[in-house]
Structures are given as C-alpha cells and as structure tokens.
Design a protein around this ligand. Structure first.
Ligand SMILES: NC(=O)c1ccc[n+]([C@@H]2O[C@H](COP(=O)([O-])OP(=O)(O)OC[C@H]3O[C@@H](n4cnc5c(N)ncnc54)[C@H](O)[C@@H]3O)[C@@H](O)[C@H]2O)c1
Length: 246
C-alpha cells in the first residue's frame, strides 16, 4: 500500500530538481501525475524515467499563464481521474542587489513564484472543492522567512507564498481542501549548483547539521503534507533546512 495509492497529482516544475524528486516519490507511493513544466527536453526525459505517459505525463505549462495551468489540470483529470494533490514547485532565480536589479527581474520572479503559485492554488482548489477533498502543497523558501541579500524579488515572492497559503487554507478548509507550505533551506539542485562556490560555503556555515539537503529530503515532507498522514494540518509552513535560520 502506498501513501498516495490511486491519487491524481499535478507537480509544477517537475522536469528536474526538487520537483522531479517529488514526482518520483509520488509515483513510488502509487500516484499518477502530470509533470507541468516549460523545459520540454527534461520533461520528456522525466516522463520516460517515471514510467511513461500512463503514469506521469509531461505537459508544457508556463505557471504564469492561468489558462495553461487550468489546461494542465484538466489533462490530469481526463487522463487519470479527479485531482487529489497539487504541488506548486516551479521556480527560478534572478539574483542581484536591489540597486542593480532590473524591474524585469523583479516582475519575472514574482510572476513565476507568486502568481504561479496563486494560479495553481486557485485552479486546484476549484477542482478539489467539487470532490470534497484535496491537498495543495506550496514550495516557499527559507529566503521568504528571513530575506536574503541579492534576493529582494525571490524573498518577497516566497514570503508572499506563505500569505497565499494561509489565506487560501482558510477559504477552502470547510470543503475538505488543505493548503500547506514547505520552506526548504539549501538543497543541491541545478538551481543552486549554478551558485559560486563562495556563496555555497557562506550558506553551509549557517547549517547546524553541517550539510546541504537532498531533494529526497524535501520530497518526503511534501509527501507527508500531500498524504492523509497530515489530515489535520492546514495553513502550516514547515521548515526543512537542517536547522539553518531556525
Ligand atoms: N534548491 C534549493 O536550495 C531551494 C531552496 C528553497 C526553495 N527552493 C524552491 O524549490 C523549487 C524547486 O527548485 P529547484 O532547486 O528544484 O530548481 P530547478 O531550477 O532545478 O527546477 C525548477 C523547475 O521549474 C521549472 N520552471 C521554471 N519556470 C517555470 C514556469 N514559468 N512554468 C513552469 N515551470 C517552470 C524549470 O524548468 C525547472 O524544471 C523552487 O520553487 C525553488 O524556489 C529551492
């Protein structure tokens, strides 16, 4: 018996990194899902790795576009059945100090993370309230709790996701829909591997557990929030950081 046997999920940004690991974990636990991403090559590879379109179907979906998010969700329901889980994980960074940051870099990061998570939460909640059950998991960041230099755009968006999670949780709880968030710390993925070694070392120095997290260590907490193990939790924000910035 898997924790998500028979459940239908959408995971945004699941073509690589943390999202792909979440998709792997969900499939292992019995879910079928849509990989919603904009990276066609990685998406197709992820679909093959996870067992093909009958188990995990790649759908091109820019989370900034509400119609695309709605369509990816409809594809999931047509292919697999009523939506039970939606993970808002898609993301990217455009770091620089506020003095040098362009308005475009601010707008783009807020659009992908905050508007993207709002699009996903809204569409998923619409479907789930009809079914009377569902779990939405939003990927924030510890950057949204403490604010990071060079990330006024990203920190603002990730803090915004906390407000979105709590407000949405209050709106849909009476319909059996739960909305929770995870704040990862430093996790080794293509996103963080692009950071200079000097920045890695600064971040590592702040981690009581003395190491970066693995994508699987985020995915297992997302699984907990997506499954009935967390049936009495909504509006919660779980830090998964090895103790960093607690
Ligand atoms: N890696 C970390 O240390 C860390 C820490 C805290 C939070 N996070 C968050 O975890 C999530 C996953 O990060 P990751 O490290 O796996 O990053 P990643 O860059 O490895 O993967 C992000 C995925 O999102 C997709 N994506 C980007 N823009 C998109 C869009 N507009 N529509 C749909 N898909 C889009 C990318 O194609 C990619 O597949 C992000 O929300 C990130 O902010 C990561």
């Amino acid at each position: 018996m898997g924790l998500l046997d028979g459940r239908v999920a959408v995971v945004t940004g699941a073509a690589q990194g943390i999202g792909l690991e979440i998709a792997r974990t969900f499939v292992r636990e019995g879910a079928r899902l849509v990989i919603a991403d904009v990276n066609d090559e990685a998406g197709a590879k992820a679909q093959d790795e996870l067992g093909g379109a009958g188990v995990a179907r790649y759908v091109r979906c820019d989370v900034r576009d509400s119609a695309a998010v709605r369509s990816a969700t409809e594809i999931a329901e047509d292919a697999f059945g009523p939506l039970g889980v939606f993970v808002n994980n898609a993301g990217m960074t455009r770091d620089s100090t506020m003095r040098k940051m362009s308005e475009q870099d601010f707008d783009d990061v807020v659009a992908v993370h905050l508007k993207g998570a709002w699009n996903g939460t809204r569409v998923a909640a619409d479907r789930m309230r009809e079914h009377g059950a569902g779990a939405i998991v939003n990927i924030s960041s510890i950057s949204g709790k403490v604010g990071m230099v060079g990330q006024t755009n990203y920190s603002a968006a990730k803090a915004g996701i906390v407000g979105l999670t709590k407000a949405a949780a209050k709106e849909v709880a009476f319909r059996g829909v739960r909305v929770n968030a995870v704040q990862p710390g430093l996790v080794r993925t293509p996103m963080t591997e692009a950071m200079p070694e000097r920045i890695w070392e600064q971040k590592m120095a702040d981690i009581p557990m003395g190491r970066a997290g693995e994508p699987s260590e985020i995915a297992s907490v997302v699984l907990f929030l997506a499954s009935d193990l967390s049936s009495y939790m909504t509006g919660a924000v779980l830090e998964v950081t090895g103790g960093r910035l607690m």
